[in-house]
Design a protein around this ligand. Sequence first.
Ligand code: GLP
Length: 250
Amino acid sequence: MRLIVCDNQQEIANVGADMIAEVVAANPAAVLGLATGSTPVPMYQELIRRYEAGKLDFSSVRSVNLDEYYPLAPDNDQSYRYFMNHQLFDHINIDKNNTNVPDGLAADPAAACKAYECIIRDLGGIDIQVLGIGGNGHIGFNEPAEALDPLTHLTDLTEDTIKANSRFFESEADVPRCALTMGIGTILSARRIMLIATGEAKAKAIATVLSGKLTTFCPASMLSLHNDVTVICDRAAVSLCDEATIAALS
Ligand code: GLP
C-alpha cells in the first residue's frame, strides 16, 4: 500500500487524474472502475479539464461503477447513474453505451448482480478502481459486518450510512434502504486501486486501513490484501495515524 498525503483538493485531484491518465495512455480502451460520493468530484473535474484541453481521450474507454441505490430509477437525481452522467460522462467523449452502473430497478436483483459480474469479466476486468470511503470504513456499499460478500450483491445500508447520505436527499426517509454493490472480491480483482479520502470524518477509518490489519468491521481494511493500492489523502484524513506509519507508506 502506498500513501500520498496532499496539501489540498487540487493536489489530490491532480495525483488521481495522473493515475487515470497513465492507465488510459497505456490502454485507450481501459476499463475504469468509478465511484460516486463527493470525494472524487474534484478529480472528475480535473479529468474533464484535461479532456477539454485535448490531453485525454475517452472515446474507447469503458467504465463500471461500484454501486447503485436500490430501488431507485436511473433518472432519479439521487441515483448514481444520474451522478456519473452529470459529474463526468456528459462532459467527456466517453460513449455512454460503454458505461455501466448496476441497475437500481432490476426486477431480479440477484440475477442483475450475477450479470454485473459477467459484464466486468467480459470487459476483461477492471484496470483501475477508484474508491472513496465511508466514515464507517465502507467501500462501495460493503458495510461493516461479521462477514463480507465477495461478489456484487444486494445489501442493506447501515443506519450510519443512511444518515451520512441523507444530506443529498430531501429527508432521511427518502434514502433507499438497500443498494447493489460490487463485493470486496470484485474490488480486489481490479489490477490497480486508488482510494481517496479527505476530512477528519474519514480519519478513524483511514487509520484502520493504514494499520495493515484486516477486520470485516472496516471493509476498506481488506485493501491490504491487494498489491497495488494507492491511498490519496489530505492531512485531516491521516490525522489519527502516527508519523511512523505515514513515513513507512509514503
Ligand atoms: C457512498 C458511496 C461510497 C462513497 C461514500 C463516501 O456511501 N457508496 O462509494 O465512498 O459514500 O462518500 P463521500 O465521498 O461523499 O464522503
